[in-house]
Write a new protein. Structure first.
Length: 331
């Protein structure tokens, strides 16, 4: 009985983070965009003032800072553009997008980028990692230890993403890590499908997974989750996030369920699947994903706008932002 309780501890411990997250959210204000979207102007002004550090002793001095006024104007103008009937999200626009702000395309990208993330083989690798090391001839303990180390390497890569994502940019990180992952997976596939395998080739196949896990952690653990909500229109950000979750769980199910059957049926050739999707990831980001790095959520609309009149309206608001000298003088 004691052993059973000990086995449950790692699973139960995870609930602690969910509890802490839930409690901390009670003390977080809603975003100013949410307040403005619901015509709660005073709360929106208050939140913006707190963000810019000019909310003092219960009073809002937002009129004293031109940048706050510019941000508020930008947010309100974007809402007006997105609320126009031509920019409404419909089932048809999800399939064939003809909206000026490419609303349907942006929701599709939110779905597809996370669907591709799961199709790159990470779940199959995590599931079969101990088997990969066992095939080298290691004991079950050493195979489990190396599998744990490989996941730790992925975690280190995800930490690198935190400190580089704003410097390098989402698009470049995802593209070039996908390129390196494709090379690693190609080597892995070739070594695993050799007719006459040796201990050396099996070790090489196992070791190539460490750089793969590192670069996957750097470029594809966090970036796709961030990218989808960032590019979704303000009015449909919740739908973009939901579409991303659908892509994750649908393709997680497909890769884990079908991957296990395929592994027993075709053997190591199953790794051709993630090889293909790693290559697809590179081209998908290159052709379909503009970079929102260093842009406000309102400026992202201009990245996708295809209507010249709408683009001029959006750029007009952006161009009216005050200079740093004006902000300093106002504060």
């Amino acid at each position: 009985m004691a052993a059973l309780h000990f086995q449950r501890m790692p699973i139960a411990f995870q609930s602690l983070f969910a509890i802490l997250s839930g409690i901390s959210m009670i003390f977080l204000p809603d975003t100013p965009r949410w307040y403005y979207a619901r015509d709660n102007i005073p709360e929106g002004d208050k939140t913006l003032s707190r963000i810019y550090g000019v909310y003092r002793n219960g009073t809002t001095n937002h009129s004293a800072v031109p940048e706050i006024q510019a941000m508020k104007q930008n947010i309100m103008e974007n809402f007006h553009v997105e609320e126009e009937s031509s920019n409404r999200l419909t089932l048809l626009s999800l399939i064939w997008d003809n909206t000026p702000l490419r609303v349907g395309r942006r929701v599709r990208i939110s779905f597809l980028i996370l669907a591709i993330q799961q199709s790159m083989g990470i779940n199959m690798l995590v599931y079969y990692m101990t088997l990969i090391f066992t095939n080298v001839g290691l004991s079950d303990f050493l195979a489990s230890l190396l599998a744990a180390i490989s996941l730790t390497v992925q975690w280190v890569g995800s930490l690198l993403c935190v400190v580089t994502i704003e410097r390098i940019g989402r698009r470049r990180i995802m593209m070039w890590t996908a390129c390196i992952e494709t090379c690693c997976m190609l080597i892995f596939v070739v070594l695993n499908t050799l007719q006459h395998k040796t201990v050396s080739t099996q070790w090489a196949a196992a070791m190539i997974m460490f750089p793969y896990m590192f670069f996957y952690g750097w470029g594809w653990v966090g970036c796709p989750w961030l990218y989808g909500p960032e590019i979704a229109p303000l009015r449909y950000r919740h739908i973009g996030s939901a579409a991303g979750l659908l892509g994750v769980w649908l393709f997680t199910f497909l890769t884990v369920f079908a991957g296990g059957i395929a592994f027993e049926t075709v053997g190591p050739k199953i790794w051709i699947w993630p090889l293909i999707f790693n290559a697809i990831a590179f081209f998908f980001v290159y052709f379909m994903c503009p970079d929102p790095t260093n842009k406000t959520l309102e400026e992202v609309d201009a990245l996708f706008a295809k209507d010249e009149a709408v683009l001029k309206r959006l750029n007009h608001v952006v161009d009216e932002k005050p200079t740093a000298q004006e902000i300093e003088e106002a504060t």
